[in-house]
Design a protein around this ligand. Sequence first.
Ligand code: LHQ
Length: 259
Amino acid sequence: TVLTALADGVLTLTLNRPDKLNSFNEEMHLALRAGLQRAEEDDAVRAVLLTGAGRGFCAGQDLGDRDPRKGGPAPDLGHTLESYYNPSLRLLRSLPKPVVCAVNGVAAGAGANIAIACDIVLAARSAKFIQAFARIGLVPDAGGSWSLARILGEPRAKALAMTAEPLPAEKAAEWGLIWKAVEDDSLMDEAAALAKSLAAGPTLGLGLTKQLIQSAAVNSLDQQLDMERDCQRQAGRSADYAEGVTAFLEKRKPEFTGQ
Ligand code: LHQ
């Protein structure tokens, strides 16, 4: 349910239930989590590229999995979040390596919010982001209530979440929810090239950069300055820093090892 391929330091994870618009069943949850865990543990992985197979990126939870017409007690969706979505969200955000998301088509519900949680998000011009939750009586999850409010502010976050109105890729870029919208035909080439160039980058420094930027919203300036000091100290001891400066002085391109 998740295709996994490692090339040029990029671990590509392709959500692969295209006939269901890559909506999540248990197997796909576990496969995505396994892919992210591998990205964390395997030194050969220096960037992740997340995308979807077929015409959609991800339609959130597979709603066929819990058909209320079949009766029985109401399912505990809090348990579903804690057991399946939240571990993957935490892995995505804490992974000390860049995660590029190529949103190849519609991203709905938790699918939209998983995309938004990635570090650099490119979307096909035809893609749309839909906070579909309100249509079925749920609330934004997979970090959406946090990221939408933080990135967009309350007015846009509330309107998107309460109306479930589709947000086209270009508008999402205009609003700063994603990095950019690109032509459908060039999405995968562009996203793969970006992931490849990040994978050839100073991985340790990029990982620290990610943590710094993610910490900014909860830190005071003083705390953030302290954190920059500590991260820069660490980056300054890396082989990639020495290589970066050497390459600059020698007027050549650096060859980073990620160390
Ligand atoms: C689907 C789905 C789907 C199953 C398309 N499930 N089959 C967390 C905790 C626990 C539980 C609940 O949820 C959550 C988080 C969530 O993610 S809640 C939000 C769940 N997602 C949605 O509400 C979105 C449902 N899907 C849609 O609204 C539409 O499919 C969108 C707007 C994404 C795309 O519309 P279209 O382009 O018109 O495609 P379609 O609706 O025709 O879908 C194509 C096929 O995919 C279709 O199957 P079929 O056999 O008829 O061809 C759909 O039934 C299936 N599909 N999403 N979430």
